[in-house]
Design a protein around this ligand. Structure first.
Ligand code: PMP
Length: 430
């Protein structure tokens, strides 16, 4: 049976959506061919589509749902909170508690500003770094995605690379000119860039694990060299931990790799599945943010008490259960099964994994940077993706996204997924 036969209700909805929404979706990464399915509800590790399919979910809304869908404690707290009203435009206790929790858990954060998205977090952190240093240029790395704003939509990963339009029309050249791009994991190119532009560079922003090109771990030296070349007062090192925050460890990549950033951007898990973002750092920098300082940042929905409640409960569960070893071993099990499956069939490919995030690349033996990801066999990935879907396993539809594990994935889920790997890989070779 074809996709259209399997997902007929989704097709009807998608046809309606195409009439009123660009590409029929609210965000480009949700679109895949021939059309995306619609989800009615989700619980634990499972998505329930409007067409009656039940899928084991490793996309997890692109990362936030480390506790799985509709975790009972989060649901209960959110429902209780919603009954009190949704938003007041005044300070509330949930936002205060969440800010305190971030300061407690995330290294080098003394103050934090809660915003609504990861995009706002990186946009504001970059503005703060520019204001603090008085320098306009920033360095980013190929394939790193820091949200959909002008300064960073230059050779970004994720949806942008999939669409083959990393430099979006509409971004002024004068803005893009201030964004210097180096290959991820390329220490030499970075040092050369910093030495060449030296006093013009006010910030270096990086995804500590390149999660918007699948999963590319940093070389041991790479993050260290970034730290070395960012003298805290002249050039700020910004870790974009929108994915890695609370994912690799409670304290994120800073804790995991033992490297300090000057400013940290958070999102995804921080909101427990509801919209959120945040940026934070030492008092020295964060005191420049309005209204304490002059660097303007504001938002009608900043610190929304419902998002803050979902985030706070999520962090409390993570703190109580410390599930990181368990998450990592589940991911390791799937990654190994996949590697073995490739090897047994003589399929060229590699699985990259950092803790509970991973990705498989076909037709290539090593993936260290964005160029490697670009040269992987994406047709094979698409076929594999489709086969997995037919076997009830949902992963993001792009080789430029990571797979994520949650505490809700059960032994049965893992077994079924391993079986799906076997069948999908057989079909790839068959
Ligand atoms: N930074 C990173 C590392 C991300 O993965 C994302 C989103 N995938 C963003 C920033 C932007 O976050 P948002 O979509 O919430 O704006």
């Amino acid at each position: 049976m074809g996709y259209e036969d399997e997902f007929p209700e989704s097709l009807e909805l998608f046809k309606r959506a195409e009439r009123v929404m660009p590409g029929g979706v609210s965000s480009p990464v949700r679109r895949f061919d021939p059309y995306p399915f619609y989800v009615e509800r989700a619980e634990g590790s499972r998505l329930y589509t409007v067409d009656g399919h039940v899928l084991i979910d490793y996309c997890l809304a692109f990362g936030p749902l480390i506790l799985g869908h509709a975790h009972p404690e989060v649901v209960e707290a959110v429902v209780e909170r919603v009954r009190e009203g949704f938003h007041y435009g005044t300070p509330t206790l949930p936002e205060l508690k969440l800010a305190e929790k971030v300061v407690e858990l995330v290294p080098n954060v003394e103050k934090v500003r809660l915003v609504n998205t990861g995009t706002e977090a990186t946009m504001s952190a970059i503005r703060l770094a520019r204001a603090y240093t008085g320098r306009e240029k920033i360095v980013k790395f190929e394939g790193c995605y820091h949200g959909a704003h002008d300064a960073v939509l230059v050779r970004a990963g994720s949806g942008a690379s999939e669409l083959g339009a990393p430099d979006s029309p509409g971004i002024p050249e004068s803005v893009a000119e201030n964004t210097l791009v180096c290959p991820f994991n390329d220490v030499e190119a970075f040092v050369e860039t910093v030495e060449r532009f030296d006093e013009e560079i006010g910030a270096v922003i990086v995804e500590p694990v390149l999660g918007n090109a699948g999963c590319v771990p940093p070389d041991e030296e790479f993050l260290k060299v970034l730290r070395e070349y960012c003298d805290g007062t002249e050039r700020l090192l910004i870790f974009d931990e929108v994915i890695t925050g609370f994912r690799l460890e409670l304290g994120g990549a800073q804790e995991y790799y033992g490297i300090d950033a000057d400013l940290v951007c958070l999102g995804k898990i921080l909101g427990g599945g509801l919209p959120i973002g945040a940026f934070g750092g030492p008092e020295e920098y964060m005191s420049r943010v309005a209204p304490e300082g002059k660097v303007y940042q504001a938002g009608t929905f900043n610190g929304n008490p419902v998002s803050a409640t979902a985030g706070l409960v999520t962090l409390e569960v993570l703190e109580r259960e410390r599930p990181y070893d368990e998450l990592s071993s589940k991911a390791e099990r799937l990654a190994s099964a996949l590697e073995d499956g490739l090897e047994d069939r003589g399929i060229e490919g590699v699985v990259n994994r950092v803790e509970s995030m991973f990705q498989v690349y076909f037709g290539i033996e090593e993936v260290r940077d964005y160029a490697d990801v670009n040269s992987a066999d994406h047709d094979a990935f698409k076929r594999f993706h489709r086969e997995l879907l037919e076997h009830g396993v949902w992963i993001a539809a792009s080789n430029y996204e990571a797979w994520f594990l949650s505490i809700a994935h059960t032994e049965t889920d893992l077994e079924r997924t391993e079986e799906a790997f076997e069948e999908a890989l057989d079909r790839l070779t068959g």
